[in-house]
Every structure is written in structure tokens, then in C-alpha cells.
Design a protein around this ligand. Structure first.
Ligand SMILES: C[S@@+](CC[C@H](N)C(=O)[O-])C[C@H]1O[C@@H](n2cnc3c(N)ncnc32)[C@H](O)[C@@H]1O
Length: 309
């Protein structure tokens, strides 16, 4: 039998197929597809080399605590390596980087650099940021820091100081509350100062009278514009630093005390006890990110301010 394909039959066929398949349409896509650009090589190299926690802890063999401890140690080692591998480069370029940051960077750039460098500040970032802002506004000509540790605050203080400032650091090798710094690090610490500044690194005990004599000798007839006390954190230690070096601070100079927040007793940090006694007699500000943080906090006194001794 021959079938005639008339246009009418063709249209009827197409119509019934289209009706039958109307229900088969693919579901609507709610969200447009997100296009995530692949990170550039530069972006990748900026990522910290910290291994993220695995999604699943299924391979712990029942000893989760040990696993997490190991992971933390590895992460600390990676962070340390991240810093240490910059040392050869910075040996030649540190002063250039410091000069660039001084001339073109914000305080936030200074902090980014310091925290990522082999000389990280032992500070809560928001707190040291506020303190360094106070210091930078004054452009001090003379600065003394007691307690350099890894050198981070010394670097920031030098950046905040005037271009022709004299910066003095007193730190006791193997001292309590940080352990001081090895002699080779002094090569780097010197470069925190630009050529027009003077950097004096005294690796001695702040509590011996000859150290005060040496500081006086460096200052000649000048007074200190900024004193930052972050050395011996015992009550007697911090009190001695205040009594010995406080008289060298200029009228309307700044004195910063680190670690004024109450610490757990086993840390041996008693700065908060001394600070409570001192602050009632001086115009002061407390820079504390969180009173529950159990460390840190910077107390700042303006000598010669209202109510000063
Ligand atoms: C907490 S660290 C300083 C941290 C540094 N200011 C920072 O924020 O990066 C304390 C330092 O004080 C030093 N120190 C302790 N007792 C001292 C003393 N009697 N004289 C001088 N330095 C002392 C320690 O050697 C240690 O390096």
C-alpha cells in the first residue's frame, strides 16, 4: 500500500510529537554557572604554605588529639620555613623593603610585612597597629625598646620614627619571656633603620645600672620620645624598667607597656598588677582587643599628662 505524505499529515505528525515531548523539557537552572577564575601563579605563590585540616578525620586510629598536635606542629614548621626561606633574600634587600614601606606603605602594609617576615611581632595585630599609629603620629626622634624578642616591634618602631631618629634596643640574651635573639640576627635588626637613622642594639640586662649609663650616653643631652617596655614581665622586672628608664622620657613622651591584660598565673606575667597601680597616677590609654584574651594588651602613658607624678 502506498502512503501519501501530504503537508497536512506532516503537520499533524509534528504537532503530536511536540505535545508528547512537552513534559520532557530539562529543569530550569536556578543559578547561573559560577565561573571561578583559576588562580594566577602570583596568587598561588602568595598563599600561605599551611596545610588545611582534612575534611574527614576518618584516619585517626582513635588518637585524634595526637594527630591534631602533629598537624599543628607541621603547620608551625611550615610557617617557620615560610619565614626562614626569606632570610638570604632579605640579607641584601631588607633595608630597601623598609625604605619602600616607609615611603609608600600604610601601617597596615608595615604589619603585613612584619608578620610575614622572619621577624614577626609578638603582639596582637590590632593592638600593635593602634600603638604604632600613636607613635607614627609623633615621629619620635628618640626611641627605646626594652625586649626585642624576634624583632618585630623594633622594626615597626623604627619605621614609625623620624628619618633621623636614634633607636635603641635593649634585650638580654636568653632572657625570660622570649629568650632574646642570636647575634647573627643583629645583622638584620640593624637594617630596620634607614641610613639617616641610628640603630643601637644593646644585648644586655636592662636592670643593671651600666645599661642605663649606656642609654644615657647614646642619648647625650636628649630625652626619650618613646619608651616601649616589653622585657622582664615580672612585677619587680617591669617596675624596675619603669623606675630606671621612665626618668629618661621627655615631657609628653609616650611609654608603652606590653601585656597589661591579666595572664594565667603559670605564665609568670605580672605586668597587669604593676599597670593597675601605675595607671591611676597618669593620663593613659589601654589598647586591648579583648579583655578575655588572657594575654597582650598595651597600656600607654603620656608622661607629663594630667595627673602625672
Ligand atoms: C616578649 S619578648 C619581646 C617581644 C617583642 N617586643 C615583640 O613584640 O616582638 C621579651 C624579651 O625580653 C627580653 N628580656 C627579658 N628580661 C630582660 C631584661 N632583664 N633585660 C633586657 N631584656 C630582657 C627577653 O630576652 C625577650 O627577648
Amino acid at each position: 500500500m502506498r502512503v501519501e505524505y501530504s503537508p497536512g499529515i506532516l503537520w499533524a505528525g509534528l504537532y503530536s510529537v511536540s505535545r508528547a515531548t512537552r513534559r520532557w523539557r530539562l529543569p530550569e537552572i536556578d543559578d547561573p554557572i559560577q565561573v571561578v577564575p583559576f588562580p594566577t601563579a602570583e596568587g598561588l605563590s602568595r598563599r600561605p604554605l599551611i596545610r588545611p585540616l582534612p575534611d574527614t578525620l576518618g584516619n585517626l586510629d582513635g588518637d585524634g588529639e595526637k594527630f591534631l598536635q602533629r598537624l599543628e606542629t607541621e603547620n608551625n614548621l611550615m610557617a617557620r620555613w615560610n619565614r626562614v626561606h626569606q632570610l638570604p633574600y632579605l640579607f641584601f634587600r631588607l633595608q630597601d623593603r623598609i625604605r619602600q614601606l616607609r615611603n609608600h606603605g600604610t601601617i597596615s602594609d608595615w604589619l603585613d610585612f612584619a608578620y610575614g617576615s622572619p621577624f614577626p611581632p609578638g603582639q596582637i595585630r590590632a593592638e600593635i597597629s593602634a600603638f604604632i599609629t600613636l607613635v607614627a603620629r609623633r615621629k619620635p626622634q628618640t626611641v627605646l625598646e626594652i625586649g626585642a624578642g624576634e624583632g618585630g616591634t623594633l622594626m615597626l618602631l623604627a619605621m614609625a620614627a623620624a628619618p633621623e631618629a636614634t633607636i635603641i634596643s635593649v634585650d638580654l640574651p636568653h632572657g625570660a619571656f622570649g629568650g632574646g635573639y642570636p647575634l647573627w640576627k643583629a645583622i638584620y635588626f640593624r637594617q630596620f633603620a634607614i641610613p639617616s637613622q641610628r640603630m643601637h642594639l644593646l644585648r644586655v640586662n636592662s636592670h643593671v645600672p651600666t645599661t642605663v649609663q649606656r642609654v644615657r650616653g647614646i642619648l647625650a643631652d636628649r630625652m626619650l620620645d618613646v619608651l616601649f617596655i616589653d622585657g622582664d614581665h615580672t612585677y619587680r622586672g617591669v617596675k624596675a624598667d619603669w623606675e630606671m628608664y621612665g626618668p629618661l622620657v621627655a615631657r609628653e613622651g609616650l611609654v608603652g607597656f606590653h601585656d597589661i591584660v591579666q595572664h594565667p598565673p603559670e605564665t609568670g606575667c605580672e605586668v597587669h598588677t604593676f599597670w593597675r597601680e601605675l595607671k591611676v597616677r597618669h593620663a593613659h590609654v589601654e589598647i586591648v582587643a579583648d579583655h578575655e584574651q588572657a594575654w597582650g594588651g598595651i597600656g600607654v602613658i603620656e608622661t607629663g599628662g594630667i595627673g602625672s607624678d
